[in-house]
Design a protein around this ligand. Structure first.
Ligand SMILES: Nc1ncnc2c1ncn2[C@@H]1O[C@H](COP(=O)(O)OP(=O)(O)O)[C@@H](O)[C@H]1O
Ligand SMILES: [Ca+2]
Length: 497
């Protein structure tokens, strides 16, 4: 065959391949647009009004008017300045004001035409639960003020409310399993399948004022009070979920201070084995007893000051934890968590987030470490004196730094002795994010309230299917391969050229 002829064949083959590729791409795009309405990025906002601080989470997904079931990811988060909204008892309007910075940031990210259709939710957790117990009208007026502020923006405001502990636990569990695709998984071939039941993870959330545990137990939940029934994508789940109010990290450590204060000989300086040597923490008795989680002494002078003086005694610190966590009462033995609460045996893998993660991350123990290393790391950390510790960690806020020792021992007490992970320690991972999205209750809350997790299987998830891209990439690679093959055949058969 002459060289000119070969060049013509080669040219024609390449042109044919190029044309087919372009036609295939155009057809697939056209198909996408005619079968479904055009996809556009949609947004949703959830405020997590926690006991210690408020954060805004901005989520995004691809959706169209008919079907809002795209895969949701976190676009941005924003920390509200100042403390949690429950701290604004003296000035509720300032709680509303505090949200403006983050609302402005979210507004700048969301295109103007889409703001009106962006749902916004505010969920408050244990800090507001406690305030409501103390003074319902104050809690209501704070919710009124945050509502007013959010309503002054042109979003689709869907309400500010206090979540129950069970909701908080269940939505955290939904978030984790949604992000890990444990409910429904998108395969390479473009199918949505139901993964094996064993891959459902449990959720452990340690807040400042409450702590939650949620998982699917092996056997049916015995008490309806702690059962949460869900149907997601046509499959039923029975979740055990329990929230311990007053057993978040900060309230637990406050209980410990109150215990030490009440059991000490009357003096203004009290030894604290969980604080580092050289670290002194002073509080007024009004502050120490300002929470419904601690029982006030009969007579006390609110303006008196007590100073907790750190002794950095790791083993004593650990043993003190059993004075604030009741590990002995259990009417339903052995099915108990702590404080006599019903809990079936833990089952499967767990993700531990929020203050569990912050504490273990600081100690270099996240996402996982063997139990022996965890115990020795905590001991070494607790025994460090305050001067060394602050010099080693100049960027860490003192209020966090002084409490990692106490938090770590509290965490080990509730995990090992409360929830009884003593034989299944390696099932727990300490995590902050999955797929660049923060783990917490907010995503699960939004998915539920916007009906983005259908209960029936037929309304399966849409979004830009992996399979479509996979097919296109496959086709292009195949076309290139064909082209090379033709070149190869032509030249191998006539090596002169
Ligand atoms: N960087 C950090 N290091 C240590 N602890 C942290 C850090 N950031 C947040 N926390 C703790 O995480 C917890 C978050 O609780 P929060 O969500 O505010 O309360 P709740 O969920 O009980 O309403 C608090 O105890 C807070 O002190
Ligand atoms: Ca929280």
């Amino acid at each position: 065959m002459g060289f000119q002829m070969k060049a013509i064949i080669l040219g024609a083959a390449m042109a044919a391949v190029a044309c087919t590729t372009i036609i295939a791409l155009v057809l697939s795009l056209a198909n996408h647009q005619t079968l479904d309405q055009p996809y556009s990025t949609q947004y949703g906002i959830v405020f997590d009004a926690g006991s210690t601080h408020t954060a805004l989470f901005l989520y995004q997904w691809l959706g169209n008017k008919e079907n809002n079931t795209g895969i949701v990811s976190q676009k941005q988060s924003c920390d509200v300045d100042g403390d949690g909204i429950s701290s604004y008892v003296e000035n509720p309007p300032a709680a509303g004001e505090s949200l403006k910075k983050c609302l402005d940031i979210a507004k700048a990210v969301i295109p103007e035409g889409q703001r009106k259709t962006t749902p916004v939710y505010l969920g408050a957790t244990a800090g507001m639960r406690l305030l409501k117990l103390q003074n319902q009208s104050l809690a209501d007026s704070i919710l009124v003020e945050v509502t007013k502020t959010i309503q002054s923006y042109q979003f689709d405001f869907r309400g500010s409310r206090i979540l129950s502990g069970m909701e908080e636990g269940a939505y955290g569990w939904i978030t984790i399993n949604y992000l890990l695709e444990s409910f429904i998984k998108h395969t390479f071939e473009g199918l949505w399948i139901h993964p094996k039941a064993g891959k459902i993870l449990g959720a452990l959330d340690l807040g400042g004022a409450s702590t939650q545990i949620s998982f699917t137990p092996k056997d049916p939940v015995k008490f309806p009070d702690s059962a949460f029934n869900l149907q997601l994508y046509g499959y039923k789940y029975e979740l055990y979920t329990y929230s311990y109010l007053c057993y978040g990290k900060d309230q637990a450590l406050k209980k410990l201070q109150a215990y030490l204060h009440k059991t000490a000989v009357p003096t203004s300086i009290i030894s604290h084995p969980c604080y580092h040597k050289g670290n002194n923490v002073s509080v007024t008795l009004a502050e120490l007893y300002n929470s419904p989680c601690v029982v006030k002494p009969d007579n006390f002078n609110p303006s008196a000051i007590v100073t907790f003086s750190g002794t950095g005694n790791s083993s004593l610190c650990l043993s003190l934890m059993e004075n604030i966590v009741n590990l002995t009462d259990c009417a339903l033995s052995p099915d108990c968590g702590f404080n006599g609460a019903y809990q079936p045996p833990v089952n499967g893998e767990f993700f531990a987030f929020s203050a569990y993660f912050y504490t273990f991350d600081f100690l270099g123990l996240a996402p996982k470490a063997p139990l022996t290393r965890v115990l020795s790391t905590i001991e070494t950390h607790c025994n460090k004196n305050w001067t060394t510790l602050t010099a080693e960690n100049p960027a860490i806020k003192a209020k966090y730094l002084r409490e990692y020792c106490a938090s770590a021992h509290y965490i080990m007490t509730i995990l090992l002795k409360g929830y009884k992970f003593n034989n299944t320690w390696d099932q727990i991972s300490f995590e902050k994010q999955v797929a660049d999205t923060d783990v917490g209750w907010t995503l699960g809350y939004m998915l539920n309230l916007t009906n983005m997790i259908p209960s029936e299987r037929s309304r399966a998830v849409t979004g830009v299917a992996h399979s479509q891209w996979a097919a296109q990439i496959f086709f292009i690679v195949f076309a290139l391969f064909l082209c090379l093959l033709i070149i190869g055949i032509l030249f191998v058969r006539d090596p002169k050229h």
